[in-house]
Design a protein around this ligand. Structure first.
Ligand code: GDP
Ligand code: MN
Length: 383
């Protein structure tokens, strides 16, 4: 679950990381109230879960109430890369001497935590990685050892953070690592981490992604779920209890098992297509589940073909086939289905599909994953 900047800052504050005081607003009047209660100049910031808000005009400095009114009015309702701004954050503006970058993530391949640190912050880290990869220090952390202030300080030295900022940066790195581990984050990123003229180091932005698997031990996360912005497709999928993630391609995907679903995305890409979603229908794909999955995929206007990829294990092929036939009666699909059915009782399943009287233009069966992917992609590309 991704947090908004203001929520990320509140989360940081719990771990002692210095952030600016401010308030959230959903109307222009509220923004002015927050600004008046703060200290001018203030900065008015769009709260959307996408980077590059500054460049898009979603971050503005305001020296008085009139300017807050002007900027808040412009930013509320603004579309930033497809995200409509419903909320703004107003905080006392900081003076900036320098901008750095710091983040913690999990490096799955290395089975360690990864610190990325750079003295070149404020711009997107991908940009730094491209132009000047040596400017990013990467340090793996064994979770058993944790991160000491000494090691953090050395990383800051290696990143060419100037001497006057070293203590402040090292301290925040330790706090941010604590936030990342004890706070169960998938990502904890500060960009920019700023050095003020006063010598203080301070988090000016916050990007936090919480690990949903740890939700059970964080009752306080309920407030974040309440404001979570899912796209309409994901909202519908959640209501139907499906493991679904919306993507931007044209081939709708249904597979049983998360691993197979991911391989399916890969194969679709490999043969020149783009997946519209990830959907793991789980074990025992019955008619109800299949109908729910097809409804969610049918709801996505970008979908041009649907690739159902089932490998029967405990899930038997004839059950899946019956489910599909039944589901197709319930859902009026806009796009054709290509199915690859393999594994337990696949033969019986294919017979059920073949004798259901569904024309090939609506349901096409292919014996292998690759052939099915090719057919689905060809249909999606209008061939
Ligand atoms: P992002 O563009 O979505 O990453 O939003 P950020 O919160 O990182 O802000 C982008 C940029 O706006 C920063 O790198 C700063 O240069 C500038 N900015 C944001 N807040 C302040 C502030 O309080 N004072 C000043 N002077 N600049 C700010
Ligand atoms: Mn930023």
């Amino acid at each position: 679950m991704d947090l908004f900047e203001y929520q990320g800052k509140q989360y940081f504050a719990k771990f002692g990381i210095p952030v600016s005081a401010g308030g959230v607003a959903v109307t222009v009047d509220e923004a002015v109230k927050v600004a008046d209660a703060s200290q001018y100049p203030v900065v008015v910031k769009a709260q959307v879960q996408v980077g590059g808000r500054g460049k898009a005009g979603g971050i503005k400095l305001a020296n008085n109430a009139d300017e807050v009114r002007l900027h808040a009015g412009n930013i509320l309702g603004m579309d930033i890369k497809g995200h409509v701004v419903k909320r703004i954050w107003v905080e006392h503006a900081s003076d900036i001497d320098e901008e750095y970058y710091a983040s913690f993530t999990l490096d799955r391949a290395a089975k360690k935590h990864l610190l990325m640190l750079s003295a070149q912050g404020g711009v997107e880290i991908e940009e730094v990685a491209e132009k000047d990869p040596d400017a990013i220090v990467k340090l793996h952390i064994n979770p058993v050892d944790g991160l000491s202030e000494k090691v953090a300080r050395q990383a800051a030295v290696d990143a060419k953070i100037p001497a006057k900022a070293l203590d402040g940066v090292a301290k925040i790195l330790v706090q941010l690592y604590d936030c990342f581990t004890a706070g169960d984050c998938d990502l904890a990123e500060i960009n920019p981490l700023i050095l003020k003229p006063t010598g203080e180091v301070h988090a000016l932005d916050a990007k936090v992604s919480l690990d949903g698997n740890a939700e059970y031990r964080h009752p306080e996360w309920a407030e974040y779920s309440a404001t979570e912005e899912l796209d309409d497709r994901e909202q519908l999928a959640r209501e139907k209890g499906l493991q679904y993630i919306g993507l931007s391609g044209t081939v709708g995907i249904i597979a049983n098992g998360a691993g197979l679903a991911m391989s399916t995305l890969d194969v679709v890409n490999q043969v020149g297509g783009t997946a519209a979603n990830f959907l793991d229908i789980g074990g025992g794909a019955n008619a109800d589940q299949m109908a729910a999955a097809l409804e969610v995929i049918n709801f996505d206007k970008e979908v041009k073909s649907i690739f159902i990829n089932i490998f029967g294990g405990i899930t038997r092929g004839e059950e899946v086939a019956k489910g599909i036939v039944e589901a197709m009666k319930r859902v009026d699909l806009r796009a054709p289905i290509v199915i690859r059915l393999d594994g337990t009782n696949a033969e019986e399943g294919r017979e059920i599909l073949a004798s259901a009287g569904i024309p090939e233009s609506k349901l096409l069966s292919k014996p292998t994953m690759l052939e099915a992917a090719r057919a689905a992609v060809a249909l999606a590309n209008g061939k």
